[in-house]
Design a binder for this molecule. Structure first.
Ligand SMILES: CC(C)(COP(=O)(O)OP(=O)(O)OC[C@H]1O[C@@H](n2cnc3c(N)ncnc32)[C@H](O)[C@@H]1OP(=O)(O)O)[C@@H](O)C(=O)NCCC(=O)NCCS
Length: 187
């Protein structure tokens, strides 16, 4: 068990009544937690994850990452961390300020990943993280948020529905959602 897993397991039992705090990430100190969430979210997209070892999953993820690299060094990328009152990171949302592309006709906030550690789910943290990026979107002068999720990810799709996101497009097993921040008289 690596350090991050260990930390999460030890503290998870206290999670039920915790209040979360959202802060911007620190690229150095939060990198290990970021990598953990990336790998866990990737695992969720694999249909054969149960039959693979952790090492095989890691190798697959590295391959995937290499084929579709994202340069996070630009200030357009921001990660918000959700942590417990004791400062334990238990969720994150990774977003980027992106220009118009494909179906998305205006500059927007793109959600690259939203992840909550398993034992801290269904306590409203993802909702809080989504509220945070709405605030960030407005502060950046943007009026749209977009994201991609695989069709079979029911939890995420119910979450986005319940937070006012609309299904913008589908492609094979992919669903693209968007949420407009524009007030109705601005559209
Ligand atoms: C999707 C995910 C981020 C939700 O995080 P969470 O903190 O548990 O979500 P919240 O507690 O804020 O849930 C808010 C609402 O979303 C819906 N929801 C969330 N998880 C759900 C689930 N497993 N089943 C049904 N509805 C769910 C519910 O409407 C929920 O409200 P309720 O608990 O009052 O019923 C989390 O399950 C996760 O990290 N999954 C793996 C990574 C992933 O798939 N990320 C999305 C990539 S686009």
């Amino acid at each position: 068990m690596d350090k991050i897993h260990e930390h999460i397991e030890i503290n998870a039992e206290e999670g039920l009544s915790l209040k979360f705090h959202i802060r911007e990430w620190n690229r150095q100190t939060d990198q290990a937690f970021f990598d953990y969430c990336q790998l866990e979210s990737y695992k969720g997209t694999l249909t054969d994850a149960d039959s693979l070892s952790e090492e095989e999953i890691k190798r697959k993820y590295e391959e995937f990452d290499k084929n579709d690299p994202v340069d996070m060094s630009s200030p357009d990328h921001v990660v918000f961390i959700g942590e417990t009152s004791e400062g334990q990171p238990v969720g994150l949302v990774w977003v980027c300020h992106r220009g118009p592309f494909w179906r998305f006709k205006e500059p927007l906030t793109w959600i690259y990943n939203l992840h909550v550690v398993l034992r801290f789910r269904r306590q409203g943290l993802a909702k809080l993280l989504l509220e945070k990026i709405e605030e960030w979107t407005r502060s950046e002068g943007l009026k749209l948020i977009g994201l991609h999720v695989i069709e079979s990810n029911k939890a995420a799709r119910i979450l986005y529905d319940s937070c006012g996101y609309k299904l913008a497009a589908t492609h094979k097993e992919s669903c693209f959602y968007e949420k407009s921040m524009a007030k109705s008289n601005e559209k």
